[in-house]
Design a protein around this ligand. Sequence first.
Ligand code: HXC
Length: 517
Amino acid sequence: MSEEDPRILELRAMREKTRQGGGEKRTARQHAKGKLTARERIALLLDPNTFQELEPFIVQRADHLDSSDDPYLGDGVVTGSGKINGRTVYLYAQDFTIMGGSLGEMQSRKITRVMDLAVQGGCPIIGLIDSGGARIQEGVRSLGGYAEIFRRNAQYSGVVPQISLILGPCAGGAAYSPAVTDMIIMVDKQSYMFLTGPEVIKSVTGEVVDFESLGGAEVHLAVSGIAHLTTRTEQDALATCRSVIGYLPSNNVENPPFENTGDDPERMEESLNHLVPANPATPYSMHEAIEKIVDTGSFLELQSRYACNAIVGLARLGGNSVGIVSQEPNILAGIVDIDAADKIARFVRFCDCYNLPIITFIDSPGFLPGVDQEHRGIIRHGAKILYAYAEATVPKVSVVTRKAYGGAYVVLSSKYMGTDVTFAWPSAEIAVMGPEGAANILYRKQIDAAEDPEAERANLTEEYRKRFLNPYAAAQAGYIDDVIEPRETRSKIITALSAIRDKSVSTLPRKHGNMPV
Ligand code: HXC
């Protein structure tokens, strides 16, 4: 057998060196923390044997190295393309074993190259983030590197889906890159995001806090609302990313992929006819309604622990991806407050970017009254919802299940906000306001003059309820397209969607609107 050409041997040795990242010791440290390496993560994220690596031999500029340094090949990030369920994605995975995955000029160039290729090819871009932030030794060049990434995050927003998995530290201004992307997935007790760390906070404000309680997954899921999804392990995070990609088109001109879920589009869900209690003050679970209406097991709730009075998530109906927006009557009666408004508005815009029809289930008494909410700008935040719905050109279907009072009715996908098909259940109460408030305003003089004002108030409230709190006043006036039995909601929505799937909407020429933010 002839001997191998030394040039081939050299290539093999170089390739092996790239695979070793920061070396055995640092890899062992990464594993000891319960974390995978960049390459192990990529192997789990992608379909087997589909990864095509790019620029594995890039190194730092010579003037950033001491003459004795042997530079790390790849510069702390592994980049390239691969497939998820047969569809191409681009990705970058920061390698914490090389200078803590810190971002320098060449790492930034590698990342921005895959971002550019993703957009040119109309493919999603996925960032696996595990980094100490700006590489201190590279000074302004590393800051400039972040600017190159941020600019693309913003310019490519709404062109291809961008998903960020935070699998370790994501500190300082670096956190702004995932913040601009469409979705953030974090891992419990492993990932954290913050702008200023515990040390800086202590010196500036005197507060003492650790990484986890400052910016861990739990905090960003339940308190800040920054994380869309969190998982127990990073293996779960990678699997979750695969399933998120399954709901989304590869870019803004494609439709989301169809997946045969095997769930009968005509399936009647008898139990829904008994879901809404006769007493309007008794709550019920909107989550239960959603789970029963969409294809079985397909509902993927986002931001599930933030502003829980609102519900947003991805699902499939008859195999097609949709976005679900709703309120949870079990929590604050489904009222819309500032956080709920932000959550709903951003999700509606996300759906509109990626051709996901929006299905809105409405049960809300309206916007949260209160000095605090007014002073914090519920007018501005609430306006985001109506702006987002009015601007969205995707197919939109709404179902009023119970309360749709005042602003909640108008902004949450009412017919004249541009909803294509509007349904109501027989339990729907579409009115300017709830019965007690309305009776007090309409009949104050009559109540005050009555012999027994409380009895009179109760009578008049009941009268108002009978007259206005039903779906038929709205249906007779043409504000609701149809009143349907709850059990047939699934088939009604699927039929409506198939009729409006190819709707075309022309918009006025403009640079972009000026949404209240
Ligand atoms: C260069 C870095 C680095 C950085 C870590 N390392 N962060 N090298 N620049 N920013 C190196 C370490 O020197 C070490 O090298 C290796 O990575 C692992 O780091 P450790 O500290 O040993 O790991 P650990 O104990 O797990 O702590 C991780 C860490 C800590 C919490 C992330 O490293 C840390 O606090 N780093 C600095 C974080 C930071 O302040 N970054 C700047 C943020 S400001 P060796 O050789 O020992 O393996 C910013 C501005 C962006 O990012 C602005 C954009 C607008």
